[in-house]
Design a protein around this ligand. Structure first.
Ligand SMILES: Cc1cc2nc3c(=O)[nH]c(=O)nc-3n(C[C@H](O)[C@H](O)[C@H](O)COP(=O)(O)O)c2cc1C
Length: 343
């Protein structure tokens, strides 16, 4: 059975973007609960999988939460053989739980592009085409690509490149409107996203600077894309999906989560992550708990201590202490830069 990606995107056009080290399965499950559409795994190296497909890393990266299936599994690499073999392994291992295999053609990290992988593939379109067609053939699954605007401002090629990927067999294209050179700085160019949408017949997912529900609606309207992708806007903020659905579907502006909801979610997220990957996950959880309290009173003091925490228990104790501190320091009105923090 192959999935109808267009139907999945039509059913819910606000998806969670892949973020390495951030969007692990427990967090994706939380985002689903708040109304997110499709989810992507973090990027998984085809080469690493080909050395050891049963390593702890592979197990973690390829674990899908029941709430999120079918999910898009993202592979990165630049060797068609490795990519095709690992795509087949994923199709066999995960079967109908996979909506598509996505090929990462946007990662800007030096180590990755230095091997011709990630966004470097936008400079080798013939190789990128080969990867798409080989992965599609080997896996029998829809193949999607996630690209950037181009390599740098002088070589913005997202439109031609997207057309080439479509003709090689890509079933959908996600485009982040920044160049590789920009990494995550500057503004994403939504006009490039709109141009890609106008150039291909397959569904297009727009990415870049969708940080609020209003941004999600604005990007849909500005670019005409089939779906928008939320990435950094979901950090410490899974509520963004509920807010985006309310705004897009009903024109309704929901109130932001309260401090209690944020602190409770930080605890729930942390416990789920520890259950999923063991105590070692507390290190990865530190940044999440800090994101959950961004904008709240006293958040800077909390952040400094959270980054020093040496166990999940310490983080939980810190959350309790912070909650008590908030209760003892009620403010009738938050400062203009503070989020709602009523306990
Ligand atoms: C910490 C972090 C990790 C990311 N990891 C991936 C990844 O594994 N695969 C990928 O295709 N994009 C990755 N991205 C890019 C995002 O999916 C998204 O396209 C980009 O952040 C732009 O969207 P935003 O402005 O809404 O954050 C990552 C971004 C961040 C901030």
């Amino acid at each position: 059975m192959t999935t109808d990606l267009r139907a999945l995107l039509l059913a819910n056009n606000v998806v969670l973007g892949p973020m390495a080290g951030v969007t692990e399965a427990p967090f994706r499950a939380i985002c689903k609960r708040f109304g997110c559409g499709l989810t992507y795994t973090e990027m998984v190296s085809a080469k690493a999988l080909s050395y050891n497909a049963t390593s702890r890393m592979a197990r973690i990266l390829l674990t899908l939460a029941p709430e999120e299936t079918p999910c898009i599994v993202q592979l990165y690499g630049a060797e068609p053989d490795h990519m095709a073999t690992q795509a087949r392994m994923i199709a066999e291992r995960l079967g109908n739980d996979v909506a598509a295999i996505d090929i990462n053609m946007g990662c800007p990290v030096g180590k990755v592009v230095g091997r011709g992988e990630g966004s470097a593939l936008m400079r080798t379109p013939a190789l990128a085409r080969d990867i798409v067609s080989r992965v599609a053939e080997a896996s029998g699954l829809p193949v999607t690509v996630k690209i950037r605007a181009g390599w740098d401002a002088d070589s913005v090629n997202a439109v031609e490149f997207a057309r080439a990927m479509e003709s090689a067999g890509a079933s959908a294209i996600a485009v982040h409107g920044r160049t590789r050179k920009q990494f995550y700085t500057g503004r994403a160019d939504w006009d490039v996203v709109a141009a890609v949408k106008a150039a291909v017949a397959v569904p297009v997912i727009g990415s870049g600077d969708v940080l609020t529900a209003a941004d999600a609606k604005a990007m849909l309207e500005h670019t005409g894309v089939d779906a928008v992708m939320v990435a950094r806007g979901a950090q410490g903020n899974p509520w963004i999906f509920r807010e985006a659905r309310a705004l897009i579907d009903r024109g309704e502006v929901l109130p932001p989560p309260t401090a209690r909801e944020r602190l409770d979610m930080a605890r729930e997220h942390g416990r789920a992550l520890i259950a999923y990957d063991g105590e070692r996950a507390y290190k990865r959880m530190r940044k999440h708990v800090v994101w959950y309290v961004v904008g709240m009173a006293g958040a800077t003091y909390f952040r400094d201590r959270a980054f020093k925490a040496g166990s999940w228990q310490e983080l939980e104790d810190l959350l309790t202490e912070y909650e008590e501190w908030l209760r003892a320091h009620p403010r009738s009105r938050p400062r203009p830069d503070e989020a709602s923090w009523t306990l």
